[in-house]
Design a protein around this ligand. Structure first.
Ligand code: MG
Ligand code: MG
Length: 268
C-alpha cells in the first residue's frame, strides 16, 4: 500500500531529508586518508543526535550502526570498522534520519585522495543515472520509466552492472514503504506515479558484473567480481509537475570540491 503524503507532511519530510544532506556535507568537509570508518559513523551519529534526530538504520532489522559504510567492492550495507581510509578508496556512505515522525534517506559515494579515471567515470555515470531516473519521476509515468532510464544509461550505454537484488523504495513514516523502485525494468511497467508519493531512488551500479555476494555477517553486499560499486540516493516527491527533490547534493558537492583530501566525484 502506498502512503501518499499531504503538503504538510511533505514539508516535515523535507526537513528530515535536508538534515541527511547536511550530515553528508558536514562529513564531506572532514573526510581524509587515515580516518577510520568507525570515526565516520561516530561523527554522523553525533551530528544526527545534536540535531534532534534519530539514526534510522540503527537497530533496523538488527543493524547495529547509524550508517552503512561500503568501501570499494562493497555495494551496500557495510559495517563501520577500524579500517582506515586509504588514498584511492571509494566509500559509499548511506545515512537515514528519523525526525518529527518521518525518515530521510540518502547515499553518496566519496572518492578518497586520487582515484583512477575509470573509477571516476563509474561515480559520474552512477550520479548522472540517478538524475536520469529522477527526470521520469512525475505523475502519469510509471515506476518502470524511472527504472528503465537508470538501466539504459548505466548498463546499455556504459556497460556497467545494475544490481538486481537491491532496490529503491517508498519513504515516509517508515524507512521502507511501497512501492519498490528497481534500477532496471521496462518502460511503461509497474505502479503508476501519483502526486504525494515520496520515492528513495538509489542506483547501485557495479563497474563489472551485476551479480553480488552476501558476506556471512548477514549484511554486507559485495560485487561478485571484486570490482568497485557506486551508490547515490535522493528522496523525490512526485508532483503534478517537476520532480521535487527533498534531499540536496549542493552542500555536499561544495564540501567535496573544497576538501583537498577528496576527488570530485562528478568526474571533471
Ligand atoms: Mg539509503
Ligand atoms: Mg534507501
Amino acid at each position: 500500500m502506498v502512503n501518499y503524503k499531504t503538503k504538510e507532511e511533505i514539508e516535515i519530510m523535507r526537513h528530515s531529508c535536508l538534515l541527511v544532506s547536511q550530515a553528508h556535507a558536514a562529513l564531506a568537509k572532514e573526510l581524509k586518508p587515515g580516518m577510520t570508518t568507525f570515526k565516520i559513523n561516530e561523527m554522523v551519529e553525533t551530528f544526527i543526535m545534536d540535531n534532534g534526530g534519530a539514526p534510522s538504520f540503527k537497530n533496523y532489522g538488527g543493524f547495529k550502526y547509524a550508517t552503512c559504510i561500503s568501501m570499494n567492492n562493497a555495494v551496500v550495507h557495510g559495517f563501520p570498522s577500524n579500517h582506515e581510509l586509504n588514498d584511492g578508496d571509494i566509500i559509499s556512505l548511506d545515512i537515514g534520519i528519523f525526525k518529527n515522525g518521518f525518515h530521510g534517506d540518502s547515499a553518496y559515494t566519496y572518492a578518497i585522495g586520487e582515484i583512477s579515471a575509470e573509477v571516476k567515470k563509474l561515480l559520474k555515470v552512477t550520479k548522472e543515472s540517478l538524475y536520469a531516473g529522477i527526470a521520469k519521476a512525475r505523475q502519469g509515468n510509471r515506476i518502470g520509466d524511472i527504472a528503465n532510464a537508470i538501466q539504459e544509461y548505466t548498463e546499455k550505454q556504459n556497460g556497467y552492472g545494475v544490481v538486481r537484488e537491491l532496490v529503491g523504495h517508498g519513504l515516509g513514516r517508515k524507512l521502507h514503504e511501497d512501492p519498490q523502485v528497481p534500477n532496471y525494468g521496462k518502460k511503461g511497467s509497474g505502479a503508476k506515479l501519483k502526486a504525494g508519493m515520496v520515492l528513495a531512488i538509489e542506483p547501485m551500479i557495479n563497474m563489472g558484473v551485476k551479480e553480488v555476494l552476501h558476506l556471512d555477517d548477514g549484511w554486507t553486499v559485495l560485487t561478485k567480481d571484486g570490482k568497485p560499486s557506486a551508490h547515490f540516493e535522493h528522496d523525490v516527491h512526485i508532483t503534478k509537475g517537476e520532480p521535487d527533490i527533498l534531499t540536496s547534493f549542493v552542500e555536499i558537492e561544495a564540501a567535496e570540491r573544497a576538501n583537498n583530501n577528496l576527488s570530485w566525484s562528478h568526474g571533471d
